[in-house]
Design a protein around this ligand. Structure first.
Ligand code: G4P
Length: 526
């Protein structure tokens, strides 16, 4: 195997998804500890606070949350692992969704007491669209949790994915004794005292009478019964895992470091190395020596003094080398990617080389847009676009000072180009005011803050009652003659496409009934 093949084959690039507070940060931290990327727990959060020194991060600092997603790389057991972190607040953004486009698999952290929560559901949907493998870590078993069978059933029912429990918990909360590893036929004992130490392991078959002595008669009976029930369910099927239809489930406790290492190991074994991605010229071979990547995130003004923008790209084939000439397909320009950076835990480092599967952040002179493809000179294919996600919240926005019209337009356009917000106009109207649509309402605050601090524009912002947006693909009459229900409106995007904004899914029925010939697309990405 060549070095190129070897390097790419050992890459594992995944996103961690969860509802806030389920334990995503804690689990990430434990992963990084295994990889030696950080020296002690608490560093991820600690560094996050430290990174909040730039003005742009001020809003994160004020709210104590992470608005932006970040990428971390570490090594473990011969693998080179890239973790894509997603913001942990309810008010997440389209950016979170897009980050998932760069991952090859996802780890879903679920709080054992709470089960499937709204944000998990939303993020899961995006992963499911791409059919990437999804692994479930049911966390906080050291606390009182819900019935494990019920939790698995909920994942299946709510998310529409089959599950296979790789291990099974023995009790929970004060009664938590550990987990039974079904494949290896052994118990991993939980020691509440032993935070961070390796759990002790005892090989024991389920039918072995020694099981009673180890965990007590009632627990042994319950374990046998439950595992038998599971056994009667379905077989483990690695192909189904890899095609995203079967989620392996692991129980553990990230905080006490219980079950984390076995989970990481099994996950690395089961998940895939980078897979080929589709371009407009067909599948691109991951192992081709030619570098190619696509931009999935643009982060602006990490340092206000320099007005810098970083474009994050996912490498899809070959090897990246610093000081090499590459080709930006969308602009047709040759370029050298300057200051290529990678995140090591929360620190940035200049990279000399990187491989398919890796994520690099490069300085963006205002050239890149989300979804752009970078290749080697002579190759002109484009990776399939990143979907545009439907905004769920809308506001009418205008500058308080009409003299600031120019800055207003520049600011809204630039911020929209980064993909944090989507902007629309009322058809026929000028740009004195625009309609801003976002996936999470926090983006309104970020937008307002940035318009004031970076463009010097104070805004009037008025909430609008819409929560859905559909693209009009066929309009039977002039848009102004369409019959609309209350609380809906026709908007135009900056590609001059017409859309209808409305409140409540039921309005689609009203619109199509009262406007024969009107056709609406299911997605904004056509
Ligand atoms: P998030 O990134 O998904 O939002 O969750 P995070 O890891 O920050 O964890 C949320 C809270 O849950 C934290 O407590 C954390 O310590 C706790 N936690 C995580 N894993 C476990 C677990 O396995 N068992 C128990 N009992 N608790 C767990 P906090 O008090 O909100 O924050 P902190 O002060 O401990 O940082």
């Amino acid at each position: 195997m060549s070095t190129l093949q070897e390097e790419i084959s050992r890459r594992r690039t995944f996103a961690i998804i969860s509802h806030p507070d389920a334990g995503k940060t804690t689990l990430t931290e434990k992963f990084l500890l295994y990889g030696g990327a950080i020296a002690q727990a608490g560093e991820v959060k600690g560094k996050r606070a430290k990174a909040a020194t730039s003005d742009w991060m001020e809003i994160e600092k004020q709210r104590g949350i992470s608005v932006t997603s970040s990428v971390m790389q570490f090594q473990h057991g011969g693998f080179c692992i890239n973790i894509l972190d997603t913001p942990g607040h309810q008010d997440f953004s389209e950016d979170t969704y897009r980050t998932l486009m760069a991952a090859d698999s996802a780890v879903m952290v679920i709080d054992g007491a709470k089960g499937v929560e709204p944000q998990t559901r939303k993020l899961f949907k995006v992963c499911a669209l791409r059919h990437i493998p999804i692994f479930t870590f049911i966390n906080k078993m050291d606390r009182e949790t819900r019935d494990p069978l019920e939790l698995c059933e909920e994942v299946e029912r709510e998310l529409g994915i089959d599950t296979y429990a790789v291990n099974w918990p023995i009790g929970c909360g004060k009664e938590f004794q550990g987990v039974y590893d079904r494949e290896k036929g052994r118990i991993l004992f939980f020691e509440a005292e032993g935070r961070g130490r390796k759990a002790s392991v005892t090989e024991v078959a389920l039918e072995d009478p020694a099981l009673e002595e180890l965990i007590g008669a009632s627990k042994a009976a319950a374990l046998r019964e439950e595992v038998e029930l599971l056994g009667a369910g379905r077989e483990f099927d690695l192909e189904a895992v890899r095609s995203g239809t079967l989620s392996p489930v692991f129980f553990g406790s990230a905080l006490t470091n219980f079950g984390v290492e076995p989970f990481l190991e099994e996950f690395l074994r089961m998940t895939t190395a980078p897979l080929p991605r589709i371009s407009d010229q067909g599948e691109v071979d991951v192992f081709s020596p030619d570098f190619s990547a696509f931009v999935f995130k643009i982060q602006a003004n990490m340092n206000k003094a320099h007005r810098d923008r970083l474009a994050f790209m996912r490498i899809c084939s070959g090897k990246f080398q610093r000081e090499t000439e590459y080709f930006h397909v969308q602009s047709g320009k040759k370029l050298r990617l300057s200051q290529p950076q990678q995140m090591m835990a929360a620190e940035r480092e200049i990279v000399e080389e990187a491989y398919a599967g890796d994520i690099i952040g490069v300085f963006d002179p205002g050239l890149f847009a989300i979804g752009d493809t970078i290749t080697v000179p002579g190759k002109k294919f484009r990776y399939s676009g990143i979907p545009t996600f439907e905004p769920e919240h809308f506001m009418r926005v205008a500058p308080k000072d009409t003299m600031k019209r120019k800055q207003f337009i520049k600011g809204t356009e630039q911020i929209a180009q980064e993909g944090a917000i989507q902007i629309f106009k009322v058809p026929g109207a000028g740009l004195e005011e625009v309609i801003v649509g976002v996936v999470g309402t926090l983006q309104f605050d970020v937008f307002e803050y940035r318009m004031k601090n970076e463009y010097g524009v104070d805004l009037y912002m008025t909430g609008l009652p819409y929560d859905h947006l559909r693209l009009i693909t066929a309009c039977p009459c002039k848009p102004e003659d369409l019959v609309l229900c209350t609380g809906s409106a026709i908007l135009e995007d900056f590609r001059s496409r017409l859309l209808v904004a409305f409140g409540g899914e039921w309005s689609v029925g009203f619109l199509t009934k009262h406007n024969p010939g009107l056709e609406l697309a299911d997605s904004l990405s056509v």
